[in-house]
Design a protein around this ligand. Structure first.
Ligand code: NAD
Length: 356
């Protein structure tokens, strides 16, 4: 008897369904000969859920994800739902599900594949060998802080962190650093914000439990600059919700395209595995989206949620092999491409490699 896993699947909006279909194609090709079985349970969230049920996060989805071993998610949002009330916007569904699932840690690797050093907008020497893990706090900070209010002539949000919230995300970062280069750069704005001073003091406290890890601190404005100037100086970046959101998008461009980078949102229970990009409404339905970020997210799901590391290695190797052979979607197309491929052709190629 093989291992059986229940996978929640939320395709979402825009390119979401296209990229998720390719990840599932790869997972199916892989599970057949790796001795495990994946049972998919599709659920609604975002614009698709608004259209079908009137709300961005139906109760059925909240209950459904809790019964899964992991959730694979595409992306949500789009101009169609831009003018609905804020609490009914597609994005509020994503914020709410992260909170419901207790996924307080967002892991965002930014890796530059050797085969794509020319695809970055930065010089090859600057990006070659970059391998950064951004550990972003996901369920606290200014995106969730109360009070928050929008009036006609003024508006405010509140950036709050509790000691417990900072400690638990710091522990995640230190554990990851122990398995990598044993260096953490904690990013904050402690020169201006009290909440950042508190963040820094708390991270220093946690660091005492990990004497092997070297901890440094950097202000977020400098970190944005250093990521572009000399990204290889970073191993693990530990930061809060809003700073991590911005820095990880900046870091994604080191790799050449936002369409390459996966993420894992983990925490107390079931984890959410998703590309870092959005629903790309500008290219939705054209079959040209890059599915690699989602296929890599499926790899992270196998590794971190299901403990199927060998299967994850197969996906990672297949991605490298396809890039080395010159297969590219259009977002990477201008650089050293042998063949410009559609979203589903890339899925076919990776599926073929993982089943070899
Ligand atoms: P986006 O990431 O969707 O797109 C930014 C740019 O990158 C676009 O030009 C897009 O075509 C390109 N791009 C993104 N993914 C790509 C891929 N896989 N292959 C090729 N090109 C790709 O960001 P945006 O345009 O700011 O937002 C569009 C919508 O997505 C908005 O409604 C936004 O709220 C939502 N969004 C959702 C998530 C999520 O679901 N996690 C994250 C960010 C934005």
């Amino acid at each position: 008897m093989g291992r059986n896993y229940k996978i929640g699947v939320i395709k979402g909006d825009g390119i979401g369904p296209e990229i998720i279909d390719e990840a599932i194609k790869v997972l199916d090709a892989l599970s057949a000969n790796m001795g495990f079985n994946l049972e998919y349970n599709e659920m609604l969230m975002g614009g698709a859920a608004i259209d079908a049920t009137g709300v961005p996060l139906p109760d059925e989805t909240i209950q459904g994800v809790k019964k899964c071993d992991a959730v694979l998610f595409g992306a949500i949002g789009g101009p169609k739902w831009d003018n609905v009330e804020r609490h009914l916007r597609p994005e509020s569904g994503l914020l709410a599900i992260r909170k419901e699932m207790g996924t307080f840690a967002n892991l965002r690797p930014a890796i530059v594949y050797d085969e794509l050093v020319n695809a970055s907008t930065l010089k090859p020497d600057v990006v070659r060998g970059v391998d950064i893990m951004v550990v972003r706090e996901l369920t606290g900070g200014i995106y969730f802080g109360q009070p928050r209010e929008l009036f006609e002539d003024r508006a405010y949000n509140t950036m709050v962190y509790t000691r417990e919230e900072v400690k638990r995300i710091a522990h995640v970062a230190f554990e990851i650093a122990m398995k990598r280069g044993k260096r953490i750069c904690s990013v904050d704005k402690a020169n201006v914000l009290e909440v950042s001073q508190f963040w820094r003091e708390t991270v220093i406290e946690v660091a005492k439990e990990y004497p092997e890890v070297e901890l440094t601190h950097m202000y977020v404005d400098n970190a944005a600059m250093q990521l572009i100037r000399n990204p290889k100086q970073f191993d693990v970046i530990l930061t809060g919700n809003i700073f991590g959101d911005i820095l990880s998008d900046a870091a994604s461009m080191l790799s050449g395209s936002i369409g390459l980078l996966p993420s894992a949102s983990t925490g107390k229970g079931v984890g959410l595995y998703e590309p870092i990009h959005g629903s790309a409404p500008d290219i939705a339905g054209q079959g040209i989206a890059n599915p690699l970020a989602t296929i890599s997210s499926a790899s992270m799901m196998l590794r971190y949620a299901l403990g199927e590391g060998a299967a994850a290695d197969k996906i990672d190797d297949a991605i490298k092999k396809s890039l080395a052979k010159g297969y590219r979607t259009g977002d990477l197309g201008a650089y050293d491409a042998v063949e410009i491929c559609s979203c589903s052709e890339i899925g076919d190629i990776i599926a073929k490699y993982v089943s070899q």
